[in-house]
Every structure is written in C-alpha cells, then in structure tokens.
Design a protein around this ligand. Structure first.
Ligand code: HEC
Length: 402
C-alpha cells in the first residue's frame, strides 16, 4: 500500500485511540472519585449514597441506589465502548505499524538476531499469555490476599520487563509492558465487569431483588483497573522520553515509576481518611524522582569495554533511542543511510552542500531541521535537550566509523 495512505491511517487510528482512552480513563477516574465522595443518609435503605456537583451552570444531584425490579430506569447508560475502542485501535496500531517493521521497531539488533516473526510472536504471547495468567491468578483463592497479590503482580511486571529487555529495544519494551497492562484493563471489562452487570440486570428484569454481591465480585476488577491506569498512561506516552527508555537501567526506571504511580494514586484515594496522605504523596514523588535521576546518571562501570568504549556505547544508544527505526541501513525510504557518512559531501534540500564532519553530525543529531538532506522531509526529531552531551559524543564516535 502507498506509504502516505498508511501514514494517514496511522494518524486516524492514533487519534481515535487517544480520544477513546481519554473518555474511558476520564469516566473511570470520575466514577471512582464519586464512589469515594458519596455521602450516606439515614432512613433511606435503598440509597447507597448521594452527592451534589456543580457543572455547566447547574447542580447535578446524584444518587447511587439499589434498583427495584419495577423501577428500572430507561434509558440506563452503560459504559464500555470507550474501553473496547481504545483496545481495538491500539491493537490495530500495533499490527499496522509496529508489526510491519517488527525487526527494527520492536527488536534491538545489538541484543538479538531474532526475526520479525519471532518479535511479533513474543509481543502477542506477552499480551495474551499475560492476561491468562492474570485472570487465573485472580480467579484462584489467592484473590483473597489483596495486598500480597498486588506485590506479586508488581514483581511479575518487573520480571516481564527484564525478560523483554533481552530482545526488545527500550522504546518497544516500555510500550509492550504498557500494552500488556492496558489489555488486562479491557479484558477485565469484557470478561468480568460487563458480564456481572448483565447478570444482575437480567435478574432484576426477571423480577428478582437487586443482588449487590454480584456487583462486588467484579469490584476487584474495577479496582485493579483503577490502579493500573496511571502506569499505563505513563508507559503509553513513554515514546517521548528516550532519556528513560534509552538508559541501560530502563527496567529499574520502569519499576520505580510503576510503583510510585500506584502509591500516588492510592494516596489520592485515601486522602479523606488518611491525614498524612499528602506527605506520603510528596515523599513518593521526591524519592521516585531521585531514584530515576540516580539510575540515569550513575555510571555502571560496564562501559569500560576493552575496545573503543565510546563507539560501543554510541552503537547501543543508536539502537536504544530508536535511530535505527528510521535509519534502517540500506532501506532509505524513511531516512538516509548513515553508513560511511563521515567525511562525505551531503546535498541539502535548499540546494547547498555540506561536509559531514563532526560538527555537521552533531548539528544533524541535535537540530536536524536546520540542515535537511535532499530528498527527505524534516521528519527527524530534535534531540537537543533530549540526549546528554556524553550520549552525543558517543553517537558521533559511532557514526564516524559506522
Ligand atoms: C523519525 C525518524 C528519525 C529518527 C528517529 C532519527 N532520524 Fe536521523 N534523520 C531522519 C531523516 C528523515 C533525515 C533526513 C532529513 C534531515 O536531514 O533532517 C535524517 C537525517 C539524519 C542525519 C543527517 C544525514 C545526512 O544525510 O546528512 C544524521 C547524522 C542523523 N539523521 C542521525 C540520527 C541519529 C543519531 C538518530 C538517533 C539519535 C536519528 N537520526 C534519529 C529521520 C530520523
């Protein structure tokens, strides 16, 4: 298919994906907030809680009630398509964008020589296999130990990230963990939350009493979705943060962020009943940030390889930052081939010429749009402020002998 058309579909899918996700997460956060804020009133046994909210020039008087078979409201609004649309567009993006170039977009050629097919299989196995494991775990009696379960699952996510790190590039690793967790959320809606709602609505329509326990069975699934939300949002946006996924301690950084975001969300939820919530919130943020800064900046000691460490580090960064995603060697459809570029004369889009010396390489990386290579769009990201000076020197050293 025409590449412009593919790009256009990509934009449409991504836009729909983001809009649906905002609607879904927005609903989910609002409903959880309402649950927490509901007030109790004596003397009305069918009233679970009530609240008043000011919006749009009026007051919404909201009640959460036990339903009676003879007073089922109509229309009654259900919420599910936002979740399904988010997942379906996400999977479509994965299939049409990442899977079509899985060898460069998912894999890290410096770590593995697996094929595209193997990369796709790993990605799908992670998503679907992960869900089966998650679901079996929370169907088993282990579900009664909520806090232990949460710790077990955070540890499993870290192990999963470590395993992926042996073959995937940094950007794909973060995305894959995000997609897997995001898929748990939609699967929770599809396999648990919706069937339970259908079950008690069916019973009501058959004239039976409103059984609140049926809903409770799915409540855990909503709650787990709630706590997965912040990590997934972060991971889905992580493509913009090469500083994080490009670090060699990317799994540690991912773990710190996932854990901190769960604690932060928890503090936000218990703020009415737990006085020092804000102190814990701030402390988590400060410690998490300090941990990440340390993880990025403390040298690991493994960089002192016997043979030209600068070049080796440069090659690793070239892969980690996703340069290879566009600069695909002899496949020059997206970006120029950088192999042997040093010392050559470059033809630029404005008709002028430039010598590819060190200064040119530096400028091309930091401020690519300043000198655009003839025949290409100014599509390369600006890395000024994104990569460190050391990383820049390593990249230049690598490109000089590439
Ligand atoms: C989104 C795709 C994309 C990514 C990611 C990308 N580039 Fe580029 N790059 C391009 C395109 C397109 C051009 C040609 C247009 C231009 O010069 O701006 C280019 C040009 C260059 C040039 C100048 C090439 C020439 O012909 O003179 C260098 C050097 C370069 N990139 C290095 C890098 C490095 C290093 C990275 C990773 C840190 C990187 N690029 C990441 C798309 C990309």
């Amino acid at each position: 298919m025409n590449t412009d058309l593919i790009d256009f579909f990509n934009i449409v899918l991504r836009f729909t994906h983001v809009v649906a996700a905002i609607m879904w997460i927005g609903n989910s956060l609002l409903f959880t907030w309402m649950e927490i804020k509901l007030l109790k009133r004596q003397g009305d046994p069918d009233l679970i809680g009530y609240m008043d909210m000011l919006h749009g020039g009026g007051v919404f008087h909201l009640q959460k009630r036990v339903l009676k078979p003879d007073t089922i409201p109509s229309p009654l609004h259900w919420f599910y398509w936002q979740s399904y649309t988010t997942w379906l567009t996400g999977i479509a993006l994965l299939a049409t964008y990442f899977f079509t170039r899985a060898d460069t977009l998912l894999l890290d050629p410096a770590k593995t020589d697996l094929t595209s097919g193997a990369a796709i299989a790993i990605s799908l196995a992670g998503i679907f296999g992960g869900w089966i494991l998650f679901d079996l775990y929370w169907r088993s009696p282990l579900k009664n130990y909520l806090k232990t379960g949460a710790l077990v699952w955070i540890s499993l996510v870290v192990l999963y990230a470590l395993a992926l790190d042996s073959v995937f590039n940094g950007r794909a690793l973060y995305l894959q963990v995000g997609m897997t967790l995001g898929s748990f959320m939609t699967a929770n809606v599809f396999f648990h939350i919706m069937p339970n709602q259908r079950k008690f609505m069916k019973a009501l329509r058959e004239g039976k009493e409103h059984n609140l326990n049926v809903g409770k069975a799915a409540k855990f699934r909503s709650l787990s979705n709630h706590y997965i939300t912040f990590p997934v949002i972060f991971l889905m946006l992580s493509g913009h943060y090469p500083v994080l996924y490009g670090s060699e301690r990317r799994v540690l950084i991912l773990s710190i962020i996932v854990l901190s975001l769960i604690v932060i969300k928890y503090m936000m939820n218990i703020r009415d009943t737990f006085k020092p919530w804000f102190a814990v919130f701030v402390l988590t943020f400060v410690l998490g940030t300090a941990g990440i800064v340390a993880a990025i900046s403390i040298p690991s000691g493994t960089e002192t390889e016997p043979k030209d460490p600068l070049v080796l580090a440069g090659e690793e960064i070239f892969n980690q930052l996703g340069c290879v995603a566009c600069h695909q060697g002899s496949n020059t459809s997206i970006a120029p081939n950088l192999s042997g570029i040093f010392g050559t004369e470059r033809e630029l889009a404005d008709g002028s010429k430039a010598l590819a010396d060190e200064a040119y390489l530096r400028e091309s990386i930091l401020q690519s749009p300043v000198k655009v290579t003839k025949g290409y769009a100014a599509a390369m990201p600006v890395y000024q402020g994104v990569i460190t000076d050391t990383q820049l020197e390593q990249l230049v050293a690598f490109l000089k002998q590439y």
